[in-house]
Design a protein around this ligand. Sequence first.
Ligand code: AMP
Ligand code: TRP
Length: 335
Amino acid sequence: MEKKPTVLSGIRPTGNLHLGNYFGAVRNFVKMQETNECYFFIADYHMLTTHPNPKDLQGNVRQVIIEYLAAGLDPDKATLYLQSDIPETAELYLFLNMNAYLGELERVTTFKEKARKQPDNINAGLLTYPTLMASDIIIQRAHLVPVGKDQEQNLEMTRTFARRFNRMYKVDYFPIPKAFNFDDELVKIPGLDGSGKMGKSEGEGNAIFLCEDPKSIRKKVMRAVTDSGPEQMNQEKPEAIQNLFSLMEVVSSSETIQFFDDHYNNCTIRYGDLKKQLAEDIVSFTRPFYERIQELSANDEYISRVINQGAEKARANAMKTVRDVREIIGFRKIY
Ligand code: AMP
Ligand code: TRP
């Protein structure tokens, strides 16, 4: 039987997980760990390209691990680790950089965007972000990389670098990885501010976080944008109202949705009641996550164990790759 593709993805430690991240990405990671060999890591080396405060970095990395565990990633099913626990990544990055060209690196959209955002800090790490990312991926010899649309160009670079290595050394060593979108069930979770999607930088009150306490969730939902109500039977819902229904789609029962939909259609809906119900359904949905996050946050020893366990497995696999690569290039065997 042919082996199932190896899945790998990197997550930047930037802030807390919200319902958008959960339904758009993490829920799929959790599903994939059941069927595939999975590697999920926290991209803390990559964070240095934007010069974060070292204190924030450590705290954020821990928080991200905690939230992924709370969301259902299982360290006995998927390999969860920190990028910086695999120093071999840096050696492979060096090799890849020798065959990565200024022109192609400068053309990457995310580089251009970041360079615009931080004109005083256009460091070499920022330029070579795609070679480090390629190293992350091919060091584990991954086949599928679940990422959002914004990462497709970086993935294309990874494919280029992997092919180039194979061609240059006349080997068929690295699999050529593919970006994997969850297109067939693509969801967009809207925010609470009436338009657009839920996002952590969309402004106060827009996003609901998995680590959020019930009181704060209720407050946010009750403040969500609505309008003065439908004026005609069966009229189309304006965006702000559709957004509340879209949120119900993921957290509420079909009876509840039907109930409010009927009342909307015959113009007897009371938005206050809808929001109250939505808030309660979000609270029930997030409660297990919230409680797990509290529990895990108090369990330093367990978190350290998870991180060590992931590092050990990911590193063993990475060391094998770098050992092979050194041999292919023609360096002396040192490990
Ligand atoms: P970000 O937090 O923007 O870096 O996104 C991390 C992951 O969550 C990506 O795979 C996004 O596609 C997904 N994601 C972020 N916000 C939403 C949203 N509102 N709806 C669906 N997916 C989202
Ligand atoms: N660049 C990715 C992002 O910004 C994070 C990342 C780093 C990554 N290395 C990776 C994603 C390897 C997938 C595979 O979200």
